[in-house]
Design a binder for this molecule. Structure first.
Ligand SMILES: [Zn+2]
Length: 755
């Protein structure tokens, strides 16, 4: 009797945790190749997105089924004149350019020796139909047994990065069309590489390879894009998560135990599995759906490239399917160490905004409650619900009605300064321990209130009426809705010892630009957000450039010119191989822009070239139209995600009449999705008299450039823009005036004028 009870108790957790999720996940991890299902094949073909896989001549073996059908197939060309081929043609110019830096060609056309295909879609039935229809193809069980022995372990070794993703599909859409598909390929020239098709990703197609750099294996993303066939369709979002209630306890070792409850809605289908992203620093302890225990299954171990900074996929599997259109409450208990303590009671919150289960593209509402040691201060955005002492602990509770892209908080030992300005409150928190060289709190608080007012007058109100400003021991800042982080450098007195020997650009950056940049993110990033990293440059460029326009007002033109020149120099710099930073990649590649020996290349491109792009648009539209465009951007895309092409279309609406390239297509092709700076020189002369004057001249361009170049002519004391589209090395221009022009100059353009 005793033994039986013991066994029953042991069985209980198994019943809870050994459900359909764990079952599917372990079936995938232990998947076996089925030697009986091996074929000598010719001329099979699969298309995923717009990538074509040709299994021209070789052997194909399928795996044993998982949830009814095979999930893996291995193709080998190890036979006489065996062959296979992969063909990928990225539709965008920037992706073709990046691809060619890795593969020496703008299209991927590679003959392959082997392919291992992982799929939760209908690939097995699609291939088997082709096999059936071809009389020549025949089964070869002997070869099947040999391939099962040769590839079995390799397959199981490769499945972990795909397993959780495949499990979600297999539970929600078992083997339907258009699900996850990944091919690991052995190329004849390129070596090992991967092609992945994932319809739930904002960019459904991805290709990349592993490289070894300084002894470490690193995944290189060669291409990532939306195929033409899916252009204009948003990524498939199976459901939404909103109305978060996060209850976090931080103990005296800074370990966090968190209970996160939220509402799942907008189910597009009946779902057996709900997938979320979560920081790798957080471990999930348990989950419930509508009060009933649910299974959790998640990726383990380090992310791609061995880092533990990226998010991981984790999945909640309720006991029963959730039905299309219904709403459910999900509770996840998770714990981990995302806060690090530095010297002098300064704390660093890692995994900022990713420390709770979230869906990548959603705006959501948050109620947060933190319990933490009473010697610390904790700041979080929203209306104060509770600020209380409870024995050795403090409790801080905040409520926000406004949707935000992520929930941030900060922790430290702070001195607080409050500045009230009209409708807005700035709550400035500074590290108590760093008072020596620090700027005066009220002065810094006032400056931030000024910035807030400057933007609010032009763009409409920020998402929250109260802005919390807090320090981070790092060289960067970050702007959450209602809460910004400033580098502790930004708290320092500009005329103090910290900046005594700093470059003017660096001093300007930390003591002026960063504050205005992070405040601007209240609009750019927290009211309007972007679809993915390809569009992220818009938010960074706008935050940076509108910050520069604020600086122009407070510090004068010289401050803006200094920063523009710092950015131009950074873009013109070359690495040891002589490659210019600007040509490392277009702004739309965002954080993917890499250049050997210049790790800061992506910063120069996204922030520096991004600011220049806005500066050129500003010059083209004029000040009034530019700010109108920005206000309209906020109005039209509030709580929505913006794409680069939508931004181009909006800017085009504010392009002045009479200017060339009204749709800004050449402008965006050149500056946004392309690379290359014009190397410009011009010469002009003036003829005529009375009321007939003529300016003639030539513009020479030696770079790789195909957009319009602005020249400005001074007429009646006003600079009038004239556009010249370079064709060939030298382009002539001729303009008539009825008054005598007083001079010609180059307009606003990011040019290489050192020649
Ligand atoms: Zn920024």
């Amino acid at each position: 009797m005793t033994l039986f009870r013991f066994a029953f108790l042991l069985a209980l957790p198994l019943a809870l945790w050994g459900g359909i999720g764990a079952e599917t996940s372990s079936a995938l991890r232990e998947v076996q190749l089925d030697g009986e299902e091996c074929y000598r094949v010719r001329d099979l073909e699969l298309t995923r997105g717009d990538v074509k896989f040709f299994l021209t001549d070789g052997f194909l073996v399928f795996s044993k089924p998982v949830r009814g059908q095979p999930v893996v197939a291995v193709f080998s060309t190890d036979v006489g004149a065996g062959d296979g081929e992969v063909l990928m043609l990225p539709p965008n110019r920037d992706e073709r350019q990046v691809l060619s830096t890795y593969t020496k060609a703008p299209n991927l056309d590679e003959h392959i020796k082997e392919a291992i295909l992982f799929f939760s879609d209908d690939s097995a039935s699609e291939l088997k139909e082709q096999i059936k229809a071809n009389d020549w193809i025949h089964r070869d069980a002997d070869r099947g047994a040999a391939m099962a022995a040769q590839y079995g372990r390799i397959v199981r070794g490769l499945i972990p990065p795909f397993g959780t993703r495949m499990m979600v599909d297999l539970l929600n859409h078992s083997h339907e069309k258009d699900q996850f598909f990944a091919a690991v390929l052995a190329g004849r020239d390129l070596g090992a590489f991967e092609v992945i098709f994932d319809p739930t990703s904002p960019e459904q197609l991805m290709a990349g390879g592993l490289s070894v750099q300084d002894g470490a294996r690193k995944f290189q993303l060669w291409a990532s894009y939306t195929p033409k066939s899916l252009a204009g369709q948003a990524a498939i979002q199976e459901f939404r998560a909103d109305h978060y209630r996060i209850d976090a306890e931080i103990d005296d070792k800074l370990h966090m135990l968190v209970s996160t409850t939220f509402v799942v809605s907008d189910l597009q289908h009946d779902l057996r599995a709900l997938d979320f992203d979560l920081s790798r620093q957080m471990l999930v302890r348990s989950a419930e759906v509508d009060g009933q225990a649910a299974e959790t299954v998640g990726d383990e171990g380090p992310g791609t490239g061995g880092d533990d900074q990226s998010d991981r996929l984790f999945v909640v599997v309720p006991g029963d399917a959730l039905h299309k259109g219904t709403e459910h409450t999900v509770k996840v208990v998770h714990e981990g160490n995302v806060i690090a303590e530095g010297a002098n009671h300064v704390y660093f919150v890692g995994s900022r905004g990713r420390w709770y289960p979230h869906r990548d593209l959603d705006f959501a509402r948050f109620d947060v409650k933190f319990r933490f040691p009473k010697n610390l201060d904790l700041v979080a955005p929203g209306d104060a619900v509770q600020d209380a002492m409870d024995g050795d602990e403090r409790v801080v509770e905040r409520h926000s009605d406004v949707p935000l892209p992520m929930a941030g908080f900060n922790l430290g030992q702070y001195a607080r300064t409050t500045v009230q300005r009209g409708d807005y409150t700035v709550d400035l928190f500074a590290n108590k321990s760093e008072a020596e060289d620090a700027a005066e709190g009220t002065e810094l608080g006032n400056r931030i209130a000024d910035v807030l007012e400057f933007y609010a007058q032009r763009l409409g109100p920020p998402p929250l009426k109260k802005l919390i400003v807090s320090p981070i021991p790092a060289k960067f800042g970050q702007g959450f809705g209602g809460l910004i982080y400033l580098s502790n450098m930004a708290y320092m007195n500009p005329s103090g010892k910290t900046f005594a020997e700093a470059e003017p650009g660096a001093k300007l950056f930390f003591t002026r630009l960063m504050q205005a940049h992070e405040v601007a993110h209240q609009w750019w990033g927290n009211l309007v957000s972007t679809e993915g990293y390809h569009d992220e440059w818009i938010m960074e460029a706008l935050a940076n450039y509108t910050a520069m326009l604020y600086l122009q007002k407070t510090e004068g033109d010289q401050a803006v010119n200094t920063l523009l020149e710092v950015y131009r120099e950074a873009l013109l710099a070359r690495n040891e191989a002589g490659v210019m930073v600007e040509s490392a990649g277009p702004v739309t590649q965002g954080r993917r822009v890499e250049l050997t020996g210049k790790p800061e290349a992506w910063i120069a491109v996204m922030y520096g070239k991004g600011a220049w792009i806005m500066h050129m648009l500003h010059a083209r539209m004029g000040d009034e139209a530019f700010w109108k465009m920005l206000a309209e951007l906020r109005r039209r895309y509030e709580y929505k995600n913006l794409t680069t092409d939508e931004f181009r279309a909006l800017c085009a609406e504010y392009s002045p009449e009479g200017a060339p390239d009204r749709k800004l297509e050449a402008f965006f092709d050149q500056w946004v999705t392309g690379t290359g700076l014009p190397q410009l020189q011009f010469a002009s002369s003036l003829k005529g008299g009375g009321s007939h004057f003529e300016v003639t001249g030539t513009l020479s361009e030696r770079g790789d450039f195909s957009a319009d170049v602005p020249l400005e002519v001074n007429v009646k004391g006003r600079w009038v823009t004239k556009w010249v589209r370079p064709s060939g090395e030298t382009t002539e221009f001729r303009w008539g005036f009825d008054e005598k022009p007083a001079g010609v100059r180059l307009g606003v353009i990011l040019a290489d004028t050192r020649h």
